[in-house]
Every structure is written in structure tokens, then in C-alpha cells.
Design a protein around this ligand. Sequence first.
Ligand SMILES: [Zn+2]
Length: 634
Amino acid sequence: MNQSNNYLNLMRISDKSIREVLLRADILSVVGSYVHLKPVGRNYVALCPFHKEKTPSFTISPQKQLFHCFGCKAGGTVVDFVMKIENFSFPEAIEHLAKLFGIKLEYEGKPSSEQDEELEKLYEYSLIASRYFTDKLFNSNEGQNALRYLKNRGIHESTIKNFGLGYALSAWDGFVSFVQSNNYDIEFFEKLGLVIRKENGEYYDRFRGRIIFPIYSTSGRVIAFGGRIIIEDDEQPKYLNSPESRIYIKGKTLFGLFQTKDEIRKNQSAILVEGYMDFLSLYQNGIKNVVASAGTALTMDQIFILSRTAPNLYLIFDGDEAGQKAAIRSIELLLQTDVNFKIVALPENEDPDSFIKKYGLDEFRHSIESGKNYIDYIYSLAEKHNALSDSQSKLKVVDSVIEFTARVKDPIRRELLAREVASKFKLTDSSVLQKLDRVVKNYNRIEQRQQELNREVELRNTEKIKYQELSPAERGILKLTCEVEHIYLEPIFANIDETDFVNPLAGEIFKELKNHYLDLPAGEKIDTLLIMNKLESEELKSLFADALTEKYKVSDGWEEVQEITISDNSIEKTLTDYIKNLKDLSLTKKIDDLYQKVATTFDLDEANRILQEVDKLIKERRFYLENFEVKLIH
Ligand SMILES: [Zn+2]
């Protein structure tokens, strides 16, 4: 694992290497491996992988090597894309792309900020802990017992090694004394939750006498641990997990996804199980499109991460009551999304592991294929509990199925499901639809209230709102600045500065462009990718990508709109128009602001001074409107 070594040395990727990745990692081929691209004019469009949509607003410009979504506003370079879709950090994304395109990276110095340093330290210490646990599994007396236990449960040695399983000694200070004798900074292990501090300042081990399952991020770095006890004991929970930390958010992590995401993508479906052992058992039996929600009940974030990887999901639950409860909770979440899902209920007292051992792999595959939709699942559950025999309890069951169905957002899908409910429970369509309608209305009321509350919060945050839209002139100037030859840049920067933008973010981007221009050798064009890489916030990146990407309307066929086309002989004219337009807007606004200031000033001198200023701005505005023209001497 080359990658982790770089982090151990706390090295930074050199700017030259970052530049090379930006130049050589082709955005089209990278994005194309995640979504289906369709060519439109000079660009490509696709259904956005970052938000749910029915018509494509996700746009790639191969010329500019940028992506932008007109729906959710995600945008940036190929590096930003990889960071977003794989949940990678910046260096992880660069390293991933370098590997894909065979680029050798150079490293230098130390990470830039203290923040980064702590993060890298946490990753590094997780890896150290993981190696410690593995060592204890294979090289200690207690570990031999654990190894025997794993082998008795049918886990192959190759699986143990592939997934880096380990063992935590049963002593209270096994790990603590390892940390102390190696002079590691114990505070980082406390932040990771591996040691716990007592009131007297001493530490003890969180994991004791447990088999350790390292939990990996999607990029393959150890971020947390799960521990299973081997000697059953009523005092101790069977499973124990790391607490959350800066590098581990439970609800956004899926056990095994790093190892199985390619299989899941290939299969277009994921099988979700509850436990580590279930996961390992399926995996080594050749069912590799599997993940485990280990440590939490299924969350919306986890569903979203999975749906980005594959559209179909099979959920396997144990046959016991806890399994049924988990299934019901998951149904409620999943119906609010577009994910296609089936529930696979195993017989009572069976989990995937025991099921395969008893009935074999073919039978297991068969039970996955015959997974039920939620209506059939709830029906069979009710049947089993004898809840369909009298009308009173049957009504309760139907009510809850209707409540679930009301969660479905798409009205047509909802109606189709309602008809299915009616036929399953032998009711008329109209009675089910009527009831469903009532529940939906109720949900909508609650949702509307929620939205109103959200809007109030948003209104209070007025600054944010200003950031959302670019005027055509602002968009045009940013775009032209990035596209024209060097000789046309001078008139742009001589006439416009960042205060001419009503949108303050656009002003910030323009300032970055200007700084870049000042260092630019004669004859060179603006380097858009370099600018994109310099912009720090996601809002800035998104706005910049928005300005540079043409928008397509996709109603009647693929129609191109809002394209700014520049033919060579009209560049001067286009530039003139945009500068005029932008100056007109910005000067008018500046003049209005000053008039307002005069109106509220009691100081006569001050008022006079402001009016002189206004006069100057009015003259300037007149100049731009009447006499300004970009004219280069060729
Ligand atoms: Zn989007």
C-alpha cells in the first residue's frame, strides 16, 4: 500500500504533479465510468450522480475539462468530481487519478495546515492500531484462540488477511502499554476512541478480548474498528464499535464498500447484510456485491451512497424480531428514495452465514432472487402473526402499508403501488386510493410547514441568497476572460475590477483571475483548471463551473440554449457589449447606493462630497454607454 506510506511521511503532493494530473486525467473517461454520457453539441450530458433527476442537467465540457450540474450546482474539475463521488480528500483524489492515468507523483514538504496534520495523524494512528491488532491475532497465545474461533466459523485465512482482521487482548492495558512503550501520542488514540481516559488521568483499552474488524473508508484507509467478543458474557455487548471521530461518521460508512464497490457497480445491485460475519461469509462464498451496515441502523446517507453505486438493493434481515424491526425501519426510508429494493427475510434463527452452511449457496441465491417488495413482505409478516384473520387487526396492517406507500414521492408510482395494495389485501382500488390521498395530504402539510421553517432560516441568511445567481453580463465576462487570447485580456482587466460584480462570489473569482493574469507570460491564455484548483470553497468552484458551462434545454430533443458563441471577428464587439453591460449595472448600483447614503446624511460637507462622487460615477457611466469600444490595433 504505497498510498498509506505517503501519509505516514506526511508528504504533500507537489504542485507540478497536481498540474500534471489536471492536464492528463481526462474528465470524459473518468466521469464516463460512473454515468452514461450523451453527446450534445460540444458537450456531454448525463443524469446527475449527485442528485435525483429525470432529465439530464449534468454537463461535461471536454474542451474545458469541467463538469457542472444545473440542478444541484455541483461543479469543478475531474479532481472535484472524484472527490465528490468517492468521498475522497484532495490528495486521495489526486493519487487515485494518478494511478488511473499512470502518472508518477512527486511529493514535497509537510502538509499545509495544522488541521490537515491532525487529520493525517488520525489516519496514520488508525493504521498503526490496525497493524497492532493483526499482530496480536497471529502472534499471541490469546490470538491463537481467536484464530481458531474464526476458522471454526468457516472464515478462511485468506479472508482474514484480505480484510486485515485482528485481535484485542483481554487485558485492560494491552493496547495502552503498546502505545506507551512506542512513545506514540496517546491523545490521538483517545480521539479515535481506542483508549479511554480515567479520572485519574490513566488510560485503558476500549476493545478487550475481541476479534477486530477494521472499517475502511471508500478509498481504503482504516478509519474505525468493530469488535466481536469471543467468550460470550452477559455483561458485555456482543459487538462494540469505535465511537465517531473526525475521520469516522457512522451513518455515512458502510462496512466492506471499499472492497466491493467495483463488484456492486458491475452487478448493478448491492446486497446489504447486518453483520461483519455475514459479510465475510457471503464474500468468501463468491457473493461479492455485498456490504454491511454494521454498527448502525440503515441511514439515508448510506442509502444515497449505495444508490450512487448501483440502482438495485437487496436487504437481508435475520428472521427474528430485531430483524423484522430493522426491515420495517429501512422500508420507511427507502420508499422516500428512487432505489429499487427487495427484502429478503431468512427463516427464524438463521442469518446469512448459518443459512448458507445449512442449505447451501444455491438455495441462498434463490432466496435472494425471490426477495419480496414491501407490500408482500408486510403481508407475509402479518400472515405469520395471524394478524389478517379479523377485520380489526387487518385494518391496522392495511393502514400501516398505506402510511408507507404515502412516503413515495412520485404520484404515478404511488398510485400503482396503491392498486397493488388493494389487490393484495382484497380491497377496492378506490377505498385504498382515497385513504392514501388523505395520508399524503397530511404528509404534505407537515412537509410544507417544515419547508416554511427552512425558508425562514434561509431568509435570515440573506448573504447566501445573493450568491445563487449570476447575471448574464457577469457570466459572460467570466467566460470570455477564460476563453479569449491574451491580447484581449488587457481591455478586460483595465476596465473591470472585482467591485463591478453584484455577485460577490463572482467578484472573488474575478480577483483570482486578475492575480493569475498579472503573472501570465505574454501570449498565454488564462489557465482555467489552475484557477479552479485555487478556488477554495465549493460555492466558488460551483459558481465558476456554472459560468463556464453552457446550459442545454432538453425538452424538444436536445436543444442548445444560452450558448455564447464568439467568432473571431466579433470578439471585440462581444467584449465591448459585455463590458458596457457590466459597467452599466455596477455603476448604476454604486450610484444608487451613494444617493441612499446622501438621503440619510445630516452632515452637509459629507453630503457634498458624496454628490461629487456621484457626479464622477455618472460621467463614467455615460462614457461606457456612449463612447466605450474595445478596439485592438492588429
Ligand atoms: Zn446534480
